[in-house]
Structures are given as C-alpha cells and as structure tokens.
Design a protein. Structure first.
Length: 65
C-alpha cells in the first residue's frame, strides 16, 4: 500500500513493479508452507528441514519488497 500511495502522490510509476508483484506472490505461496509448521499440534508427521528452509527462504522476497 505504501508503494502505491507514494507512486500516486508523486505521479511516478513504481520502480520494479514486476519484481514487487512476484515477491508478493512468492510470500503468499511460501507463507502457506511456513504456516504448516504451526500444525505440529495436529499430529502431522513433519519433516522439520522443509519448514526451516521455507522459513529462511521467505526472507528473500521480503527483502526485494
């Protein structure tokens, strides 16, 4: 929202708009996987390395934004 407000008030396009959109989509996808590690109370047999890796990978699109 901040990017859109600043771009609208300055009447300039957002720099790196495509990378911003792809990063938001990546965060949305990865957040579902990261959310799954909170489901340990349900008794799922989980591979903890997958969830640890996605928790670290989600920081990359966050930095891009």
């Amino acid at each position: 929202m901040v990017c859109e407000i600043i771009a609208n008030n300055s009447r300039k396009p957002i720099w790196g708009y495509k990378s911003l959109v792809y990063s938001v989509l990546a965060i949305g996808f990865l957040s579902f996987i990261v959310w799954a590690h909170h489901m340990y109370l349900t008794g799922w047999n989980q591979d903890q390395h997958v969830f640890q890796t996605t928790t670290m990978i989600i920081s990359i699109p966050s930095v891009i934004i």
